[in-house]
Design a protein. Structure first.
Length: 273
C-alpha cells in the first residue's frame, strides 16, 4: 500500500523572505548532485524553479538558447506562490502535491514540507524528506561558497546491515559529514551519502547471503564519459558483468574484476570534470 504523505522540517538562519528566495532562486546551488538525486542524472546540468503560479519546476538537461530549444523534465507546476510564506505545486512525475511553508521563528525560519498523495493517486516518489536538509546545509554556508560542488569521478560504496546506524557511528567516531542530515535513531533510509570533500561514501543495506555466496560489502564507483563504450570494452576483455546497463538516477552497470571485487561504472554528468 502506498503511503499517503511524507513531511519534513528544517530550520534556516534567515528571515522567511530570504529563506523563500534561497529555496526558489538558489535551488540549483543547494540541490546536491548525488548519484540518484535526478531522474536522469547522466544528462542533468541543473535545477530551476520558474516564479509565480503556473511556473514550472524543472530538471534541466539543456537550457534554452537562440539556436536550440530547451531540453528539460518538468517535475511540477506551481499552484501557490506566496513569497516569504508558502509555495505549492502539483507534481508532473507522480500523483502527489507538495506544500512548502516558511514560518518565522527565533533566529530564522522553519521550513516545512509536506508531500501528499492526491485522492485516487497510485504513484508517489516521497523524496522531500531526504532533500530538504540540503537547503539548511546550503543556507549555513552560502556566503562562502559560489556554486554547488560536483562529485569526484571516483567514490566508494559500503554495505551495512543498518546503514543509518552506520552513518551515525561514522559521523560520531570518525567525524564524517553529510550534505544530507545524519539520520536519527529509528530512521532507516535506503540510500545515504557521507562526504569527504567532493568524494562520496555511499551507504547501502547489506543483502542476505544467497546460496552460500558472500554478499557484497563494498564497491568502487567510477563515472565515465561514454558508458556504452566502457561497457563494451569491459565485456570484451573479460570482466564478469554482474548487471548490464540500467538507469536509476544515473545510467550504470556493475562488474567484477579478476579477484571478484565489485565495480560500479556510471555515466558522468555533463558538468563533471
Amino acid at each position: 500500500m502506498t503511503e499517503q504523505s511524507a513531511s519534513a522540517t528544517v530550520e534556516v538562519a534567515a528571515d522567511p523572505a530570504t529563506a523563500f528566495r534561497i529555496f526558489t532562486d538558489e535551488i540549483d546551488l543547494w540541490w546536491v548532485r548525488g548519484p540518484i538525486n535526478f531522474f536522469d542524472a547522466a544528462r542533468a546540468v541543473g535545477m530551476q524553479i520558474e516564479p509565480g503560479v503556473g511556473g514550472r519546476i524543472l530538471e534541466v538537461y539543456r537550457p534554452a538558447s537562440e539556436t536550440s530549444g530547451e531540453d528539460v523534465l518538468e517535475l511540477g507546476r506551481i499552484t501557490a506562490w506566496e513569497p516569504g510564506s508558502r509555495l505549492a505545486y502539483r507534481s508532473s512525475v507522480d500523483d502527489t502535491t507538495t506544500e512548502v511553508r516558511f514560518d518565522s521563528i527565533d533566529g530564522g525560519t522553519r521550513v516545512s514540507v509536506e508531500q501528499a498523495l492526491v485522492p485516487g493517486g497510485e504513484k508517489a516518489f516521497y523524496f522531500w524528506p531526504n532533500v530538504i536538509p540540503w537547503l539548511a546545509s546550503w543556507a549555513s554556508r552560502r556566503d562562502s561558497v559560489v556554486s554547488s560542488p560536483e562529485l569526484d569521478r571516483l567514490n566508494i560504496a559500503l554495505y551495512y546491515e543498518d546503514p543509518a546506524a552506520a552513518a551515525r557511528w561514522l559521523h560520531t567516531v570518525f567525524g564524517l559529514e553529510s550534505r544530507d542530515r545524519i539520520p536519527a535513531d529509528g530512521e532507516r533510509p535506503t540510500w545515504l551519502e557521507l562526504h569527504v570533500g567532493a568524494s562520496a561514501i555511499l551507504l547501502f543495506e547489506l543483502k542476505e547471503r544467497v546460496s552460500g555466496v558472500k554478499p557484497v560489502d563494498h564497491a568502487v564507483w567510477v563515472y565515465v564519459d561514454d558508458l556504452d563504450a566502457h561497457f563494451a570494452r569491459s565485456s570484451q576483455n573479460g570482466a564478469k558483468i554482474v548487471s548490464e546497463i540500467r538507469q536509476h538516477g544515473y545510467r550504470l552497470y556493475e562488474a567484477e574484476d579478476l579477484e571478484g571485487h565489485r565495480w560500479t561504472f556510471a555515466q558522468a554528468r555533463p558538468t563533471m570534470t
